[in-house]
Design a protein around this ligand. Structure first.
Ligand SMILES: NC(=O)c1ccc[n+]([C@@H]2O[C@H](COP(=O)([O-])OP(=O)(O)OC[C@H]3O[C@@H](n4cnc5c(N)ncnc54)[C@H](O)[C@@H]3O)[C@@H](O)[C@H]2O)c1
Ligand SMILES: O=C(O)C[C@H](O)C(=O)O
Ligand SMILES: [Mn+2]
Length: 573
């Protein structure tokens, strides 16, 4: 594998320009020869440090910052100064630091974006500047080999809703995770916020809000603005992957369907979450020695993620257990704000994209409905006797002790996935679900939680069913093979590879998914599976032999190590 230390880069910057450029700055890592060549001898203290020594220093600086949000701000500043050191530090402390740069802490960073702002990062495409979008876009991308765009309009950030221009924080966090866990070169990725205003009144009332202080644009004007951006991506970077993140419930699926067969696009909340949950459930049914099609699945929260999960599990049941779509759909019971999504709720309470999962009215549904004709979660659990309960509702504590114990009456090993993020929104704390079921529940959460104590004294590791365990590999596998589109079969191939790595397959008392400390290896394997599938099915734009895929992927990965710099008077290479 060719690593950066064996690489030589020709760089045209010198002096302050190279010291202040995060892609090229090495700080005390510049060798004596490089300092002479780039005019740095008088700009740096005498000692030359290795990256390892710099990581020790940076980690010490991190540790003195006790609050997670302060650690987050420190790491943001480190990224603004020196990419290799930032990613080198994260790689050395993966499990400890991902919750700092990602959920749950990044939620606080985004919610307070205008008060934490010190330096811009990424591309801000703002509605009033629509006329100059192409110029603004090319300012940052002209002449660059861009493999990845991560874009958000910030209408549904995690579970904290509309965050306006702060949405750039989810795009940069997701992009950083691509680099950290799949080896995307950060110089080949662009994070984008589509600032189309915000309906968050707290932000609009905030005199320090740095985004466009306007109500959110919707309808034809919104669609035109988004389309202008997508067409720029297609025109200037036809082989790039376009990753949609945290769009609102009325746009996420609609935009995915609009562009799905025109460019390699991916909606993480729909497809990434669906894939990681399919892997977690595949692992859980391995523990219970049952099949996906044996399950009765209640999905609480029929939004972007809830529908993405339902569709992916349904497609998985069809592909793996060979059921028809109609028969597979019957395994699902979806609830939203109005309780069970059933025929008699009427079209005003059933969004068009949910229609394929509307339950025909069963007597029990009408018999147990309230005065508004709605059937709540406890009633559904009593009557449906689910084996699987998935939460993506943003409703903290929704899976009450009564609900969990009711579920446990009807199934030996309740499979409970409270997936809402950040941590404070989790539908049930895993330790409670564990206690209320006498250690029988098979658990996975959206954000990291500590292990639980089982009645036999053993520790039960709670799997983090977060799309970051799979989306980097899904995306990398597609982009490195220049796949023209991200197909459902590529996604299922990635999900099945992830499931095959589950610790619970070897030890049923172990976690349902690999630990985040293994996330680089896991996403590498997912990328291989996706690349193999893309090449097999003819979606790839490269002609690799299957036996070469692993090596090709490995040699293209960006590693956080210093290359040797040679000054180039002719211009940056
Ligand atoms: N673990 C993961 O990888 C992952 C991935 C995506 C989303 N999520 C989390 O899932 C949650 C939802 O995300 P989303 O993008 O789908 O948001 P969304 O707004 O599209 O969906 C939320 C859904 O929950 C419903 N809901 C709200 N209150 C409810 C209630 N009281 N009862 C039942 N349903 C209710 C809403 O009507 C909506 O349909 C967020 O917390 C998000 O962080 C987790
Ligand atoms: O961002 C995450 O942690 C996962 C997911 O995309 C979410 O929106 O919660
Ligand atoms: Mn998301």
């Amino acid at each position: 594998m060719s690593t950066a230390t064996s690489k030589v880069m020709r760089v045209a910057l010198r002096g302050d320009s190279i010291l202040t450029h995060p892609r090229f700055n090495k700080g005390t890592g510049f060798s004596t020869a490089e300092r002479k060549a780039f005019g740095l001898t008088g700009r740096l203290p005498f000692c030359v440090n290795t990256l390892e020594e710099q990581c020790v220093r940076a980690y010490d600086q991190l540790l003195v910052r006790e609050e997670p949000i302060r650690k987050n701000s420190f790491l943001q500043s480190l990224k603004d100064q020196n990419w290799v050191l930032y990613y080198g530090l994260l790689t050395r402390h993966l499990k400890e630091l991902i919750p700092i740069i990602y959920t749950p802490t990044q939620a606080d960073a985004i919610a307070n974006y205008s008060h934490l702002f010190r330096r811009s990062e990424g591309m801000y495409l703002t509605f009033p500047n629509e006329e100059t979008m192409e110029r603004d876009f090319l300012e940052q991308t002209k002449g660059r080999d861009i493999q990845l765009f991560v874009v958000s309009d910030a209408e549904a950030i995690l579970g904290i809703g509309d965050q306006g221009v702060g949405g750039i924080g989810i795009a940069t966090a997701k992009s950083a995770i691509y680099t950290l866990l799949a080896g995307i070169d950060p110089s080949k990725a662009v994070s984008v916020t589509l600032d189309v205003g915000t309906d968050n009144q707290g932000l609009l009332n905030d005199p320090l809000y740095v985004g466009w202080p306007n109500k959110r644009i919707r309808g034809a004007a919104y669609d035109r603005f988004v389309d202008k951006f997508v067409q720029l991506v297609r025109k200037h970077h036809p082989h790039s992957l376009l990753h949609f993140e945290d769009f609102g419930i009325g746009n996420a699926k609609r935009l995915l369907d609009l562009y799905h067969d025109k460019h390699a696009v991916f909606n993480d909340d729909i497809q990434g979450t669906g894939a990681v949950t399919l892997a977690a459930l595949t692992s859980a049914v391995g523990v219970t020695k049952s099949k996906l099609s044996d399950q009765r699945i209640v999905v609480y929260g029929a939004g972007t993620a809830g529908l993405g999960i339902t569709r992916q599990l349904r497609d998985g049941i069809m592909a793996i257990d060979r059921l028809s779509e109609a028969d597979a759909n019957k395994k699902f019971f979806l609830l939203d704000r109005f309780g069970l999504i059933k025929q008699s709720l009427g079209s005003s309470k059933i969004r068009p994209d949910v229609r394929e999962f509307v339950r025909p009215d069963a007597e029990w549904a009408d018999a147990s409905a309230n005065e508004r004709g709605e059937v709540g979660l406890l009633e559904v659990v009593k009557k449906v006797k689910p084996t699987v309960l998935v939460g993506c509702s943003t409703q903290a504590g929704a899976f009450t002790e009564e609900v969990v114990k009711e579920m446990a009456k009807h199934t030996e090993r309740p499979i409970i996935f409270p997936l809402s993020n950040p941590s404070r929104l989790v539908e049930v704390h895993p330790s409670d679900a564990n206690d209320w079921t006498g250690g029988k529940a098979l658990l996975a959460t959206g954000s990291p939680f500590p292990p639980c104590k089982q009645p036999n004294g053993k520790e039960y590791v709670i799997a983090e069913c977060n799309n970051a365990l799979i989306y980097p590999g899904l995306g990398y596998g597609a982009m490195i093979t220049q796949a023209s589109i991200m197909t459902d079969t590529m996604i299922i191939a990635g999900a099945r590879r992830l499931a095959s790595l589950s610790p619970a397959l070897k030890d049923p008392d172990n976690a349902l998914l690999p630990d985040f400390s293994e996330a680089k290896h896991v996403n590498f394997e997912v990328a291989v599976a996706v690349a193999e599938q893309a090449i097999t099915e003819g979606s790839a734009g490269v002609e690799w032999r299957k036996e070469d895929i692993r090596e090709k992927i490995r040699e293209n990965m960006w590693i956080p190590e210093y290359a040797k710099f040679v000054y180039d008077e002719r211009g940056e290479k």
